[in-house]
Design a protein around this ligand. Structure first.
Ligand code: DC
Length: 221
């Protein structure tokens, strides 16, 4: 099995680029952020905020996360309910960031991610795929772009979905999430030493896909 690990900060285009790249290569695409988002949703539905003032392990004992693929696209199930739409709000993003800093949450999702890579050729995107989840991945890419460009992309995406958001709020969220994700003690966001850094700030979507496709082909030889 071949694994391509794609890590990087929020809004670098990891999911859209990885999905397209997976289609070109005939691999399955696993969006690991969706798993953290689904767990974040569970905690917020139980009434907890980002302080997560609760017995996390106890909540996890009563939680089931699954993913399935419908027409090639990933759906996340939380306790049997498809929550793929509900996990995409700015609030869900902040809760995902909060839960992802908790060691029991990371342990809860680790084996599930590894198992997917054992059974399939995968492109897996996240924050710690090349460093922790799949340290032996054949190909590791760290995909990044400036915070301003990433905020602008996310802003356009949410506006297109009809959400009433402000650019400045999105930028503040991006900066805050970058800080949280790269300063947490466990599995912080950082490039694996053997990763290729790909900066998409100046690239169009098609150019970014091509760049990654070239990196993958070169490394597969
Ligand atoms: O990629 P995303 O925005 O959907 O990720 C949501 C949150 O989950 C993000 O704040 C960081 C966290 N995350 C993580 O810690 N490790 C991963 N492998 C994927 C996401």
């Amino acid at each position: 099995m071949i694994a391509v690990a794609i890590d990087g900060p929020a809004g670098a285009g990891k999911s859209t680029i990885s999905r397209t790249l997976a289609g070109k290569l005939g691999f399955i695409y696993v969006d690991t952020g969706a798993l953290y988002r689904a767990l974040g949703l569970k905690f917020s539905r139980l009434g907890y905020d980002t302080t997560l003032d609760c017995d996390i392990e106890d909540v996890l004992k009563g939680t089931k996360i699954d993913i399935c693929f419908i027409d090639g696209s990933q759906h996340v199930m939380l306790d049997g309910e498809d929550v793929s739409g509900d996990i995409r709000t700015p609030e869900a993003s902040m809760m995902a960031s909060a839960v992802s800093a908790k060691p029991p949450v990371r342990a809860f999702l680790l084996e599930m991610q590894r198992d997917l890579a054992r059974r399939n050729n995968v492109i897996m995107d996240g924050r710690d795929i090349g460093t922790v989840v799949l340290p032996d991945a054949k190909i590791k890419i760290f995909l990044t772009a400036t915070p301003e460009i990433r905020a602008e992309r996310r802003y356009k995406e949410l506006i297109e979905k009809g959400m009433g958001v402000k650019y400045d709020d999105i930028l503040a969220d991006v900066i805050k999430r970058d800080y949280n994700d790269s300063h947490r003690e466990i599995a912080p966001l950082k490039p694996a030493p053997d990763s290729v850094i790909a900066d998409t700030s100046e690239l169009t979507f098609d150019e970014s896909v091509q760049l990654l496709y070239n990196i993958v082909l070169e490394k597969m030889d």
